[in-house]
Design a binder for this molecule. Structure first.
Ligand code: ADP
Ligand code: MG
Length: 727
């Protein structure tokens, strides 16, 4: 009998639920462990508070004296809440979060001791973080990178540590993390969107990008998860025959949440409340043991931090409930994988959503301006947007029936399509008073009503307008949102910059009125970006053909998709918008490519190990049972045995065949790996993609066949039905 599998199952069956009590209202818990505006008002002097607010709103510098004050207050606040340590909390290019704790405690003369934390420690640190990927920006022998306080994302206490969100940059100035480019992109979109807002409101002063993510995940009992080397080491199952019942009946989706999962969620939500993560929704997703949660949207930088923090907290809380959270985009074959929808919009500092129509025709024209410019930006940079979500694991989900394909397109719904069609006919140059009135009353004026009823959501679209925001659905569940958000905000910033140039030149050179100029430019944009708009079934084969005809990219694999990250067009874009320079882009390209290769290398090794050291020996044991049985039958029945043991003999042969295939495929796979390892970077990634990866499916096929034949008692790997239906 396979001991690990059955021991794990036994443990799972004996689990009791860990009840979670809710003593306090969520609103009381919310933000309790965050050094937010409210806490700052209580703990900071007026001058310090205003200085921090100015840094947040206007990006001004906080001087050293004030930083000292802030640090001391922050320390007092943190200690009053039981914190003993502090850390700069950052997001290196591994995609995860990083922390290195220091105690507040300091000894004086070896006999006395006190708690200390000053401005210098708050503002800047030099963690010995030389082992993070840096894509050649930094040589390890001069591992000089530092972290610097990001006051726009408030410090928080997790467990007993004060966490200070920071950027991570090299002394030479290059960003070594995901946050720095994001902050620069948000700065760019603020600058250029505010300039556009001024067409409509002279007093406009600031524009924020907003992000509301929706996080999908699987919850698997941790004993079961740990019984599988593939889940343990790669986050997904590399083999396993599909369960007789999967998601066919759709009986999990939106169903009542299983008790153990519910307790986990309550516990998690309370933790998140304390941390100021405004979680709002929770539900069962389509696949068995798959769930989703979503917060209320926030300013994009904070939302990104909150998503990264959440993923970390989920892992920790899940352990208490004896679950393992799987964020892999495709942990199980044959059922849905997990994504992370990124709902995105732009908002003024007064909280006006720029992708929501207003009360006046002018405000609706403002809406159209941002709406059409976003579509144009996606059209111009669709390949880059695709690259922003490229990873080895997301490759497995994109285009796999339940997720958008690798083709980026924009869905806006039939009614808005009609509006854009009508705007295409706006007269070139000056508009007659009649046309202006007509536009205002009959086209623009109708937009608010249209949007109220914008219900025809197309779930197959990777980038859909959903009434008052765009929803980027191709983002993987494992992805750090900073990546797609950096790209999206940068391309929209660039597009708005171009738009302003064109409108201003029509006003100056052609003597057009402001609204005439805007209509003229928008009309051309609608025409130019038409190819990116698609209202049909994004999962269909016909769309692939159609998209090809339209000249849209369809990069199904990460090595293919990533190339655009270092194209001239991309470098020009990021340098112009001051988001990243060539070195930073090349470093990220190299890191992403390397990560891709490493992940495939690990998967390939794990698969080889499982296939040869777990599956084949098991198959042989079972085959021996059959052989012995056959031999015994022969002994008793003589030549008759050929009829009596017909099935057994056949099985023995089939099993032999699968064993042979697994062995020879594994040898070939290892050989391809060896060849690929001789190369580096893109070449190696391409070889892994094209020559190593194809063996996965083939080896899996034979292993999964054996699973259907071998005695269940012997099978070493926890089966799909056990992973997915035990809760
Ligand atoms: P679904 O995609 O499941 O149908 P909804 O359309 O209701 O969900 O939207 C879900 C997400 O959209 C929520 O997480 C919400 O916070 C986010 N959202 C709503 N308005 C905005 C906005 N203006 N900017 C960014 N995100 C938003
Ligand atoms: Mg959604």
């Amino acid at each position: 009998m396979s001991t690990i599998r059955f021991a794990a199952l036994q443990e799972t069956l004996n689990r009791s639920t860990i009840k979670v009590v809710e003593n306090e209202k969520r609103s009381v818990l919310f933000g309790k462990n965050v050094f937010n505006k409210y806490a700052m008002q209580q703990y900071l002097t007026r001058a310090a508070y205003e200085s921090v607010m100015n840094a947040i709103d206007k990006g001004t510098k906080i001087d050293r004296k004030i930083a000292d004050q802030v640090a001391v207050s922050m320390k007092d606040w943190a200690i009053s809440k039981g914190a003993t340590h502090y850390t700069h909390w950052f997001q290196p290019l591994t995609g995860a979060t990083a922390e290195k704790h220091d105690a507040f405690f300091e000894s004086i003369n070896g006999s006395l001791a006190m708690e200390k934390f000053d401005g210098e420690q708050l503002v800047q640190q030099e963690p010995d973080a030389s082992s993070f990927p840096n894509g050649g920006i930094r040589n390890t022998f001069e591992a000089r990178g530092f972290t610097a306080w990001d006051p726009t994302s408030p410090a928080f206490i997790y467990e007993t540590t004060l966490c200070i969100p920071t950027i991570f940059v090299a002394y030479t100035g290059e960003a070594l993390d995901n946050k720095t480019p994001l902050l620069r992109a948000l700065q760019a979109v603020d600058t250029h969107a505010t300039a556009i807002c001024k067409y409509f409101d002279k007093n406009a002063s600031k524009v924020y990008a907003t992000l509301g993510w929706e996080q999908e995940y699987f919850l698997i009992d941790d004993a079961l998860a740990l019984s599988r080397p593939d889940i343990l080491l790669t986050g997904r199952t590399l083999l396993g025959h599909s369960s007789a019942k999967g998601q066919q009946l759709d009986d999990h989706y939106f169903g009542s949440i299983p008790a153990r999962a519910m307790n986990f969620m309550q516990d998690l939500e309370q933790e998140c409340m304390l941390l100021g993560i405004p979680l709002k929704t929770r539900h069962n997703e389509v696949a068995p043991n798959q769930f989703e949660l979503a917060p209320i949207y926030e300013e994009a930088n904070l939302a990104v931090d909150h998503n990264s923090l959440l993923m970390d907290v989920m892992q920790k809380v899940s352990r208490r409930h004896r679950f393992k959270v799987l964020f892999h985009e495709k942990p199980f074959a044959g059922i849905n994988g997990s994504g992370k929808h990124n709902n995105w919009s732009l908002s003024t500092d007064d909280g006006v959503n720029l992708l929501s129509p207003g009360k006046t025709p002018m405000k609706n024209l403002q809406f159209l301006t941002f709406f059409i410019n976003t579509i144009k930006a996606v059209y111009e940079y669709e390949e880059l947007l695709r690259a922003s979500i490229a990873s080895e694991s997301n490759d497995q989900r994109l285009g796999a029936n339940e997720a958008p394909s690798a083709i980026i397109s924009v869905f806006i719904g039939s009614q808005l399509s009609q509006v854009l069609d009508e705007l295409e006919n706006v007269t070139k140059g000056k508009l007659s008073p009649q046309e202006k009135t007509d536009l205002k009353l009959n086209i623009i004026g109708k937009i608010p009503e249209i949007l109220l009823d914008n219900t025809d959501k197309n779930r197959t679209s990777p980038f859909a307008f959903t009434g008052n925001k765009f929803e980027f659905r191709a983002v993987g569940s494992w992805t750090n949102c900073a990546k797609p958000m950096t790209v999206l905000n940068t391309i929209v910033a660039k597009q708005l910059k171009e738009f302003k140039k064109e409108v201003d030149s029509l006003i100056d050179a052609k003597n057009l009125k402001k609204d005439e100029a805007i209509f003229n430019v928008l009309r051309e944009y609608i025409k130019e970006s038409k190819k990116i708009r698609f209202e049909g079934d994004g999962y269909s084969e016909s769309w692939e053909k159609e998209a090809k005809k339209r000249g849209l990219s369809n990069h199904k694999t990460t090595p293919e998709a990533l190339k655009v990250k270092i194209s001239k067009k991309t470098i020009d874009l990021f340098e112009e918008m001051e988001v990243m320079n060539k070195i930073e882009l090349e470093a990220r390209f190299e890191i992403d490519i390397e990560e891709y290769t490493k992940r495939l290398q690990i998967e390939s090794r794990v698969l080889g190990d499982i296939a040869r050291n777990h599956i084949i020996p098991t198959a042989i044991i079972y085959q021996n049972t059959l052989l012995e049985n056959t031999r015994n039958l022969k002994e008793i029945f003589g030549e008759e045995y050929k009829n009596i043991a017909k099935e057994q003999i056949e099985l023995i042969m089939i099993i032999s065949n699968h064993i042979t295939e697994i062995n020879s495929l594994s040898v070939k796979m290892i050989d391809e790996r060896r060849k690929a390892n001789k190369h580096t970077a893109l070449k190696s990634a391409e070889m892994y993609c094209n020559n190593v990866k194809p063996f996965f499916e083939q080896i899996r096929y034979h292993c999964d066949k054996l699973e259907t034949m071998v005695d269940d008692n012997l099978w070493p790997l926890t089966k799909y039905r056990e992973l997915l239906f035990t809760r």
